[in-house]
Design a protein around this ligand. Structure first.
Ligand SMILES: C[S@@+](CC[C@H](N)C(=O)[O-])C[C@H]1O[C@@H](n2cnc3c(N)ncnc32)[C@H](O)[C@@H]1O
Length: 357
């Protein structure tokens, strides 16, 4: 393939999601670690498309540079296996950013993601240092070269997150023996072999569910969301898988997707319910009553901090609009008492909510 290729509409949308997400992530994580953050683009590409459109590395730096808020030190690491693409990326970075502010640094590694990450993490371990909060974007053409074990280590620092383009439909066609080692590394186990007994959509669903399970069970991620990228003809192009340790990350990602395309080319796959759904925003007429019902059914008779409700909403299709969900429940007498607030009909952080039996 050429060093540069044309930009597909779904890639443009993915870039917009990334941009919106980072716009929110940089300042949130700055509060966790004011001294610095890392951004890793593990499959960086040449930084440019055939008509001059910007690639993900440029978009990420631009988001930090043009941010309205003061940014912390951000170290951008771009990893690209192909020499001509890595070289092109260096040129594009120099062209687009002839001068960078002191707090922004970048480095292009012409190597494989696995090698670079292994070296960096081993170096930190050897010196007993901890990596700063890190956002890792894993955007391959296929399904090889990003072992689960590396994602696990990258998710360890506080505030770290991973966004993966998961080529489920490509993967499902190559479950033969030749690819066994690669797929074992991808999942961090050999459990995927069961998928050989399945076919078509069932096979895809199995692989997606398993990947999500492995991320939840074998890495520090506490929430994993899967979004199906649907093409113009209703075909699945790929899945975006987002792993985070904090419910706020889910909320921000859902907001980013919602804003990019509220009509829902991106469907959130609710693996618990086994269905695809659109992200539900407050503009949806069904939104408020459905969200209230789900919270009420789950928490009825319990006393919980408001953060537990936020955690409950995180992996669902609802956005966390706490007043819109909780005020009506209180008005209907389904919330009996709220401890730790000074004003009625508010639900500040740390407040304790008692639901009616
Ligand atoms: C889908 S493209 C990346 C596009 C880019 N993230 C963007 O949005 O503009 C995937 C890139 O990963 C590179 N690549 C493939 N295997 C790799 C590996 N193991 N490590 C690093 N880069 C790899 C390919 O050469 C290709 O340029």
């Amino acid at each position: 393939m050429d060093a540069v290729w044309s930009l597909e509409p779904h890639t443009r949308a993915k870039h917009e999601i990334l941009r919106r997400y980072l716009e929110a992530w940089f300042p949130i994580v700055k509060r966790l670690n004011p001294s610095g953050l890392n951004y890793i683009d593990g499959f960086a590409g040449p930084g440019i498309y055939s008509r001059g459109e910007e690639g993900s590395p440029i978009i990420a730096i631009r988001t930090a540079m043009e941010h309205v808020l003061p940014m912390p030190d951000i170290s951008f690491m771009f990893i690209e296996k192909e020499e001509d693409r890595a070289e092109r990326l260096r040129e594009v970075l120099a062209e687009r950013f002839p001068e960078l502010p002191e707090n922004i640094t970048h480095e292009v590694y012409n190597d494989e993601f696995g090698n670079v990450i292994g070296r960096i993490l081993d170096g930190f371990d050897a010196e007993e240092k901890v990596l700063a909060p890190t956002f890792t974007f894993v955007d391959p053409f296929g399904y090889s070269g990003f072992p689960l074990d590396h994602l696990k280590r990258l998710l360890e620092p506080r505030g770290s997150e991973v966004l993966v383009t998961f080529m489920a439909s490509r993967l499902r066609r190559f479950l033969d023996e030749v690819h066994e080692r690669t797929i074992d590394e991808l999942f961090g186990s050999s459990d995927w072999r069961v998928a050989r007994e399945l076919s078509g959509e069932q096979r895809t669903q199995f692989l997606l569910k398993l990947y999500k399970k492995e991320l939840l069970d074998s890495t520090p991620a506490r929430h994993v969301m899967t979004f199906e990228m649907v093409g113009r003809h209703g075909n699945t192009i790929y899945w975006l898988i987002f792993a985070t340790k904090h419910p706020k990350g889910c909320q921000v990602m859902k907001e980013a997707m919602w804003k990019v395309d509220p009509t829902g080319s991106y469907q959130y796959y609710d693996s618990a319910a086994g269905v695809r759904r659109f992200i539900l925003d407050e503009d949806d007429p069904e939104w408020a009553s459905q969200a209230q019902d789900e919270v009420w059914n789950h928490f009825r008779g319990k006393q919980v901090p408001v953060e537990d409700i936020e955690e409950f909403i995180a992996p669902t299709t609802y956005l966390w609009r706490k007043r819109k969900i909780l005020v009506p429940l209180e008005d209907e007498g389904k919330i009996l008492e709220v401890e730790g607030r000074s004003r009625r009909r508010t639900f500040p952080g740390g407040c304790l909510i008692t639901f009616a039996p």
